[in-house]
Design a protein around this ligand. Structure first.
Ligand code: THU
Length: 160
């Protein structure tokens, strides 16, 4: 018998003022995106801002639906818009933030499993890590160097 150790690091910044400027700027755009969330069922507003390698930024927010599974997370709304329109440009980073007016969050939101899997696909496609910045309105900010760090032991096209 042997064991496989899965190690990953997430950087924690206690305040937004501590973030490198380009990360703070992208996070601010994610804040803006959260205002466009359509979330009449959960009232949980999520905003994402995705920056391509050429510097261009695409924003997304969660879009819910009366038929629950038909809705989509903020991260994938931004991701699929970006790659559908710029299929040949790598993704540099993505910032995601959540606002929950009923129960203000003090810990960062982290992308759900579906979003991690979707983002990982493009890390592989472009052969370039995607930095993930995670935040709430207040409290610390998490920064992961890559999607692979958030989804260790993952299923990829290497298996196909
Ligand atoms: N949501 C996101 O947009 N991103 C995540 O990473 C987690 C959850 C959305 C989906 C749904 O509209 C609401 O938050 C509550 O789950």
């Amino acid at each position: 018998m042997r064991t496989i150790n899965l190690n990953a690091q997430i950087k924690v910044y206690e305040r937004r003022e501590e973030l490198p400027a380009e990360l703070a700027d992208l996070l601010k755009q994610a804040d803006d995106a959260a205002r466009n969330a359509y979330c009449p069922y959960s009232h949980f507003q999520v905003g994402a801002a995705l920056q391509l390698a050429n510097g261009e930024v695409f924003k997304g927010s969660n879009q819910e639906n009366a038929a629950f599974p038909s809705g989509l997370c903020a991260e994938r709304t931004a991701l699929y818009y970006a790659v559908a329109n710029h299929p040949d440009t790598a993704i540099r980073r993505l910032a995601v933030v959540a606002v929950n007016p009923a129960n203000p969050l003090t810990e960062p939101i982290v992308p759900c499993g579906n979003c991690r899997q979707s983002l990982l696909e493009y890390e592989h496609k472009f052969g370039q890590n995607i930095e993930i910045i995670m935040a709430a309105e207040h409290g610390p900010i998490y920064v992961a160097n890559s999607v692979a760090d958030l989804l260790p032991c993952s299923f990829t096209n290497d298996y196909l």
